[in-house]
Ligand binder design. Structure first.
Ligand code: NAP
Length: 525
């Protein structure tokens, strides 16, 4: 079966044989995707002309209501999405929940928070700016929804959340969306779009999907479109430097990879609440979605005296986790998404092993439960210990996109800061400490190279939202190698889908233009 694409308000099949999608446990071919022969330029034009116009004809509150209805449709089909996740990504129920329920939660959050913008159709920013000796001539800043398309080029690891965390703020802003999911897991994204289209919630052209190659998609972008990309740094560079993207000064948001840190403070000694919380979170990060999360912990910074104890504690928990076919009773960790990802993970691990010793895993004697290693894409959870600190050649640069992390002993707070910063820009660092002196030195010193810093002590306990869990109300993105993007953060995300402009003129005109506008300060509320 070839999955259809949705463009011009129609389901269209791509030409040719298509690209197959597989079950990473059994190797069975599931469906195919193809975008050959589609007129992507016409699809974008239709989305701008019909989808954009219809969405902007509505106000923020009505569009927030659409998001609520989308969330209801997705919730009603949740079982089908878990089944596709299991078959196409080898997801356990917990893995599928992270993606699917995360998508529904994000949509519901925007459906709720978007209501605050009420019946407005645009936003007014700040007060009048004095430009003349009297009030006869003034300036007023506004934010207006973009009249283009929000183009999402997504990664394979979040086929559900990856679409809706971007689409929720774009649609709320009044901008139509076109998603190009990553090929290996495009099925779930396509099925969700199919369900939303079938429910007749959105106007024609407001949602579009192209499965398979992006082909000439970016050749057709215009100045009012926006591209939001999630994936590897190499592809990000190609997208950023695409001639049409450059020529149109297109707004491009990049969410790329990063080597995120967990940092134990000097007070996180074995037996302390902070130590136990760190161990629990590291194990969760290594195993949920089999470590295929952009936010996953890759480097674990520990005071030298406690490094071995931490590594042993994590290793002993990993030893008790069953890895294999998620259809089997008791299995907690599934496969990687494909044989290609498995090969890339082994390649990355070989590099890390030049810097570090394997404490647990490594894969030599590993046999997955109820699966044939000859066809399946399994990778044993692996923990390494590297005593080379900043001198390590690969640990600070290589992101093994799987269940792999490295413990790095550090001498003092200054060295912990230097190692965390050596990641050259990360999505997140989590710090396990209640030592205010240590935190006051560390947190501001890593802030400009991290999108998010999560601090957990005994008082926070298990109430924290998680190192790798992206909350729709908080900023997601990171500087430098992490791509330099900013997503979510509540209504702040709407800024990307609006253009700021200023009108200079008489106060009567400005009063007329301001009528009915919502206060842009609400975006940061
Ligand atoms: P990828 O190979 O870079 O692919 C990402 C997307 O780009 C896919 O949809 C891919 O399509 C498309 N693509 C590839 N070449 C293209 C081109 N020349 N023009 C337009 N589109 C193109 O990344 P991936 O392997 O799917 O994802 C894994 C990476 O994503 C990891 O490094 C991970 O850290 C990162 N990630 C980051 C975040 C974040 O929020 N920061 C979240 C998730 C993942 P095809 O699949 O059809 O090739």
């Amino acid at each position: 079966m070839k999955l259809a694409n949705y463009l011009n308000g129609q389901w269209l099949e791509g030409a040719g044989e298509g690209i197959p999608l597989f079950d990473p446990v059994t190797g069975e071919e599931l469906v195919r995707v193809a975008s050959d022969g589609l007129d992507l330029g016409a699809g974008l034009a239709f989305a701008r002309e019909h989808g954009g116009a219809a969405l902007r004809g509505m106000n923020y509150e009505s569009r927030a209501a659409l998001l609520g209805r989308i969330a209801e449709v997705l919730a009603a089909n949740r079982e089908a999405y878990f089944d596709i996740s299991l078959r196409n990504s080898g997801s356990t129920a917990a893995d599928a929940g992270f993606d699917v329920d995360g998508a529904i939660f994000t949509l519901k959050t925007y459906a709720r928070s978007g209501k605050v913008l009420g019946a407005a159709k645009h936003l007014q920013e700040g007060g009048r700016v004095a430009l003349a000796k009297t009030d006869v001539f003034q300036g007023q800043h506004f934010l207006t929804p973009l009249t283009g398309v929000a183009i999402f080029i997504n990664a394979f690891n979040f086929p559900a959340w990856g679409l809706w965390e971007k689409a929720a703020p774009a649609l709320l802003a009044g901008v139509p969306v076109l998603v190009k999911p990553a090929t290996p897991t495009a099925w779930l994204t396509q099925r969700m779009v199919q369900d939303v289209v079938a429910a007749g919630i959105l106007p024609p052209g407001a949602i579009n999907i192209v499965c398979g190659s992006a082909r000439d998609l970016l050749d057709h972008v215009g100045a009012c479109d926006v591209v939001s990309f999630t994936g590897s740094a190499d592809t990000a560079l190609r997208i950023r430097t695409h001639p049409a993207v450059v020529a149109n000064s297109l707004r491009v948001n990049i969410e790329a990879d990063s080597v995120n840190s967990a940092i134990l403070g000097p007070d996180a000694t074995p037996g302390s609440a902070e130590f136990e919380l760190a161990v629990k979170e590291i194990v969760r990060e290594l195993t949920i979605k089999t470590g295929q999360k952009c936010t996953a912990i890759r480097r674990i910074l520990v005071p030298a005296a406690n490094a071995r104890a931490l590594a042993d504690a994590v290793a002993s928990k990993l030893a008790g986790m069953s890895v294999g076919n998620p259809r089997s009773e008791g299995v907690r960790v599934g496969p990687l998404v494909s044989r290609a990802q498995q090969a890339a993970a082994f390649e990355g691990l070989a590099k890390l092993r030049q810097d570090a010793d394997v404490v647990f895993g490594g894969g030599e004697d590993f046999t997955p439960v109820d699966a044939d290693p000859a066809v399946a894409a399994f990778f044993q959870p692996t923990l390494l210990l590297c005593d080379k600190g900043l001198a390590a050649l690969y640990v600070h640069d290589v992101e093994v996109f799987g269940p792999v992390a490295t413990v790095l002993p550090y001498a003092d707070a200054a060295e912990a800061v230097a190692i965390a910063r050596r990641g050259r820009g990360s999505l997140v660092a989590s710090v396990y400490s209640g030592d205010t002196g240590f935190l006051a030195e560390l947190v501001p010193a890593i802030a400009d190279l991290h999108g998010r810093v999560m601090v957990v002590d005994g008082a926070v306990g298990n109430q924290h939202t998680g190192h790798g869990n992206v909350m729709p109300t908080c900023l997601h993105g990171g500087p430098g190698r992490a791509g330099g993007g900013e997503e979510l953060g509540g209504l702040r995300a709407l800024a990307m889908y609006h253009r700021r402009y200023v009108v200079q003129g008489g106060s009567g005109l400005l009063d007329a233009l301001s009528a009915g506008a919502a206060d842009a300060a609400l975006l940061g509320a």
